[in-house]
Each structure stands twice: as structure tokens, then as C-alpha cells.
Design a protein around this ligand. Structure first.
Ligand SMILES: [Zn+2]
Length: 144
């Protein structure tokens, strides 16, 4: 879709960390912790039910690869996974995306796990510059 940033924004294409035939992953521009990535289907669909079983498999394949990379790269000891579905629930980009956050003891970012505290809202966090995100992209790629 032309108006979808995940489909049309060149800065996102530039920082794709890993992809397969049906899915891709890249660092979010508003990270909660370093290494916070989004995994999306290549096809532009908004909600979980629109994903085919092959696309789900492709998304989980990337999740497995990224898990190892994020452990090696950021010392992750645990992970948060989340997706927002529907505008009311805070889905600002209508292209399904699974948030994957590497967590470790003493890190900053989320310390509360209630959905209202956990899920970021537009304007509540500063964007990271593309140059920093590209460093993260390269770092994760080295660990894949
Ligand atoms: Zn899209």
C-alpha cells in the first residue's frame, strides 16, 4: 500500500535486519529498549486473521533467528512480544507488526507490565535517528 510506511518508506527498507520470502524484521524508530524490532509480513495486511499459515510460519521463523541474535548481541535474558490490533488499541500503522523486545536485568524502558504502561503511544517517546537505527541493524545482522 502506497500510504503504508512499512511498504513505502525507504528508511525502513534500508534497515531490514533479516527477511525471508514472506516476512521481514527491522528496528522500530521508537525503541523502548535497544534491539526492539518489529516483525511484519511482506504482504500489507492489518490484522492477525488476514495472515496465512505460511506467513505466520515465516514470522515465527524470523522470531527464532532474532532471538538468538538478540541474546548474543544485547545480552537478552528475556523477551516481550506484543502487537496492537485496531486504532482503538493503539495500532497506528495498518500493517500487522509483532513487537519483539530483548530484556535484561537492570535495563531501562518498560518496568511496568500493565498494557497502558507497556504499550507506547504516539508522541510519548522520542524517535531514534536513522543513523542510530542502522547501527542497530548492522549489529543484529552480525549475530544472525
Ligand atoms: Zn504495508
Amino acid at each position: 500500500m502506497a500510504d503504508c510506511p512499512y511498504c513505502s518508506e525507504p528508511t525502513i527498507k534500508e534497515r531490514i535486519v533479516v527477511s525471508n520470502e514472506l516476512a521481514q524484521a527491522f528496528p522500530t524508530n521508537i525503541p523502548i529498549v535497544p534491539g526492539h524490532v518489529l516483525i511484519t509480513p511482506i504482504r500489507c495486511v492489518a490484522i492477525f486473521e488476514e495472515l496465512t499459515s505460511k506467513e505466520l510460519e515465516a514470522i515465527f521463523d524470523l522470531r527464532s533467528k532474532l532471538k538468538i541474535a538478540l541474546i548474543n548481541c544485547f545480552g537478552a535474558e528475556g523477551f516481550n512480544y506484543a502487537w496492537n490490533e485496531g486504532r482503538l488499541a493503539g495500532q497506528s500503522v495498518p500493517h500487522f507488526h509483532l513487537h519483539m523486545l530483548p530484556r535484561k536485568s537492570g535495563d531501562t524502558g518498560i518496568t511496568e507490565y500493565k498494557p497502558r504502561k507497556f504499550l507506547y503511544r504516539p508522541g510519548s517517546r522520542e524517535q531514534s535517528p536513522q543513523s542510530e537505527l542502522l547501527v542497530i541493524t548492522e549489529l543484529i545482522q552480525k549475530h544472525l
